[in-house]
Design a protein around this ligand. Structure first.
Ligand SMILES: Cc1cc2nc3c(=O)[nH]c(=O)nc-3n(C[C@H](O)[C@H](O)[C@H](O)COP(=O)(O)OP(=O)(O)OC[C@H]3O[C@@H](n4cnc5c(N)ncnc54)[C@H](O)[C@@H]3O)c2cc1C
Length: 401
């Protein structure tokens, strides 16, 4: 969708979004925000971000393309514009990342009319935070190895089991949950639910501490948890197909949910600024040819990613539906990691000063971003698995043993 291809309404919407963001950029947060929504830890951070998402939603910048009946604004081709402007404005990210980029699209695709009307509005407004209950201690890359069981009892299902790495589980009202309803068939024995979490009987959420000291993800334990059959998404035994819809949405979500602060161009600008304020062999790093070259290399990859995003919008260039989403997830996570690594290198010895040290360059952003960057190469399916899928299913290479 180049500028020339936008309709007059879409062009007008872009101007409106730019103006609204200029006039309504939120005040500074009461406490430091993490780099991404999946590291939100405190109630203060949550309240600030939930309020911001609600304002964006009310202004029409979130849920722009969802039907009005499901809480959306009923437009076509507006959300991508809103996301671009949210990113450009460098405003805080939208907290309900699982709700926006996974739960809502999956419910829209597989849900009953009643489920769509009940669950999608809260995803969009951010009033109901969602988490994702896919991974288990024995089911990560091998997602179909689910052990958490759901057994039918009258109008309910009784869920027992243990999920892990559940981002935002500590604030979530709802979880998109994959369970095993039959042991006879690995893939067709799975069923997908929209499960209540906060305050629900039998659910225990326990935070896990990451290498950064942050506690954005959790373990979630289910002990005889009752989930109404009305909360089952699609048919019994169709959980694998529903989970694939979620994963495709998750892996293609790089432009999906207006993340603010995460765009490649800002990372390069931040690296240049860091180089302007750091020394290398007696000269400012920005004047050092090796550092300049390294930043230019990052900028080239960033531009490649941006062009790939544009390419994804030209149907004739999308030969395989999974190629660009998978490629983008793989490359973007490694791009972020390489940027953070370069930031640590440019900061030099002072990169060892962590975020609470007032002398740390950029308030300790670079070592924090570097440590967090490993999570991005694992979450939503590890990069090794993405390479396998790209090789086998997109390029048609022989299957690995
Ligand atoms: C920051 C973060 C947030 C997350 N948030 C959530 C969440 O909200 N909800 C949720 O359900 N999950 C979440 N996850 C979990 C994530 O989806 C899993 O960690 C991921 O799918 C990998 O599973 P695993 O950790 O069990 O690793 P394993 O599957 O045990 O893999 C271990 C290693 O072996 C490699 N490997 C495994 N199989 C193969 C193969 N066939 N070929 C080549 N290499 C292989 C992997 O690449 C990896 O390096 C999150 C993870 C992270 C890091």
């Amino acid at each position: 969708m180049t500028e020339a291809n936008l309709t007059p309404e879409q062009l007008e919407f872009r101007e409106y979004a730019q103006r609204w963001l200029e006039e309504n950029a939120p005040p500074p947060p009461p406490e430091r925000l993490p780099i991404t929504p999946i590291e939100v830890m405190t109630v203060g951070q949550r309240d600030y971000l939930q309020d911001w998402q609600y304002k964006c939603f009310a202004a029409g910048l979130v849920g722009a393309d969802y039907p009005k009946a499901y809480g959306g604004h009923g437009h076509t081709g507006f959300q991508r514009i809103a996301n671009q402007e949210l990113n450009r404005a460098q405003v805080p990210f939208l907290i309900n990342i699982v709700g926006l980029s996974m739960a809502a699209p999956t419910i829209l695709h597989h849900g009953t009319e009643e489920q769509k009307r009940k669950f999608i509005p809260g995803c969009l407004s951010g009033e109901e935070i969602w988490c994702q209950g896919f991974s288990e201690p024995g089911a990560g890359s091998d997602l179909a190895n689910q052990r958490t069981s759901a057994v039918r009892e009258a109008e309910d299902w009784i869920v027992n089991g243990h999920k892990v790495w559940t981002s935002l589980g500590h604030f979530a009202k709802w979880m998109i949950l994959v369970t095993r309803t039959s042991k006879d068939d690995k893939y067709n024995g799975l069923t997908y639910f929209l499960c209540p979490i906060a305050g629900h009987a039998g659910v225990t959420v326990r935070p896990l501490v990451k290498i950064t000291g942050e506690t954005g993800f959790n373990e979630v334990f289910f002990e005889d948890v009752r989930v109404p059959d009305a909360n089952r998404l699609d048919d019994v035994g169709k959980g694998w197909a529903v989970a694939m819809t979620t994963l495709l949405a998750e892996r293609g979500a790089s432009e999906g949910a207006g993340s603010g602060g995460g765009s490649g161009s800002s990372a390069i600008a931040d690296l240049i600024e860091l180089a302007r304020n750091s020394w290398r062999d007696g000269v400012l790093a920005v004047d050092d040819p090796v550092t300049r070259d390294a930043i230019i290399q990052r900028a080239i990859v960033g531009e490649g990613l941006r062009q790939n995003g544009r390419r994804a919008r030209v149907a004739a260039l999308c030969d395989h539906p999974m190629r660009l989403p998978l490629q983008q997830k793989l490359t973007a996570s490694e791009f972020q990691q390489d940027n953070a690594r370069l930031g640590v290198e440019i900061a030099g010895a002072s990169a060892s000063l962590y975020k609470l040290d007032p002398r740390a360059p950029d308030a300790g952003h670079w070592p924090l971003a570097y440590l967090n960057s490993y999570g991005n190469t694992i979450a939503a399916g590890t990069n090794e698995i993405q390479r396998n899928i790209l090789g086998e299913r997109v390029l048609g290479l022989p299957k690995s043993k």
